[in-house]
Design a protein around this ligand. Sequence first.
Ligand SMILES: *Cc1c(COP(=O)(O)O)cnc(C)c1O
Length: 366
Amino acid sequence: MMRPKSQIVNLPVYQPGKPIEDVKRELGLDEVIKLASNENPYGPSPKVREAILKEMENLSIYPDGGAVELTADLADFLGVNTDQIIFGCGSDEIIALIARAFFVPGDETIMADQTFSVYKSNSDIEGAVSIEVPLADGKHDLDAMLAKVSDRTKIIWICNPNNPTGTILSEQEMTAFLDKVPADVMVILDEAYCEFVTDPSYPNGLQFLEKYPNVVVLRTFSKIYGLASLRIGYGVARPEIIKLINKVREPFNTTRAAQAAAKAALKDQEHVSNCRKANAAGIVQIQEAFDRLGLKYFPAHGNFIMVDVGKPGAEVFDSLLRKGIIVRAGHSKYPTFIRVSVGTEEQNKAFIHALEQVLNEEKAHA
Ligand SMILES: *Cc1c(COP(=O)(O)O)cnc(C)c1O
């Protein structure tokens, strides 16, 4: 019998948000609203379509493995050097590449409980030992995480805003933390949702790169830029680190279409700004409804909200599904919560209406 790496035998398979097509088919619904994967309900900039159509002529030609043009544009936009950037098939791939480049079995790695599950799965695959530190009020407990640092610690994962809770760490909190992390421990700062944040205390992670050579910032075109299906994200760090990660990258890990789309999306910052404003309004809309319904939630800073529905989240998930609304549940540390992505005003309204019905129906049965 084939023998896989022992650490992958019991590895759980990632459970993605339920696809709209499946829900329509299984439940015989015509209209389904997916608020489960933190996608941009407005889609990408209209300029992206044109850029991709142009690439139709080049389908038989390998992409530029180094994404030279996109790297130049992005470096310019971010104010960093081109040798500080690496692109991946989503920032998910950058996480995998970092784990692959740095972990040897027995290394320790520290992350929040709960946070984005991809950190732990990739650490597991490489044989690293994950030390999960409970969140405090839905926020990273940075002091408790620091207390877990040992001689074996190689990487600390920080998700800001945190998925799934949506909380942020302030500039002050991050600086105090980074000051105490040993120089040979890498800090991976995942900022997949940074473009949505409007709170002035929130730091731009790139500012830490100068003073702290052990920091890697991860970002993506999947969320506010609306390009989730094309799979393109990036890491920014010191050139020495980028060089190492590049060694384990497949030569053609991002496609021509994705690179062209990202270039066009990056140019349209007006679209980004409009999406940020619409999202902020959506958060207010949904949180006001939660307040009215007496539901507690974590302060949301990304494009999703974690709310305590006061009963098993999985049941509310199922009831909402039957009404054609897909959300996220099954958070082991937050069994009575659901996570809902911020949609358009109409989608949010439909979600609120359905949730109200579901909670009232269940009350009536009790
Ligand atoms: C969505 C997400 C990502 C990355 O998504 P990609 O589509 O792989 O770029 C990374 N981190 C967090 C916390 C996310 O929620």
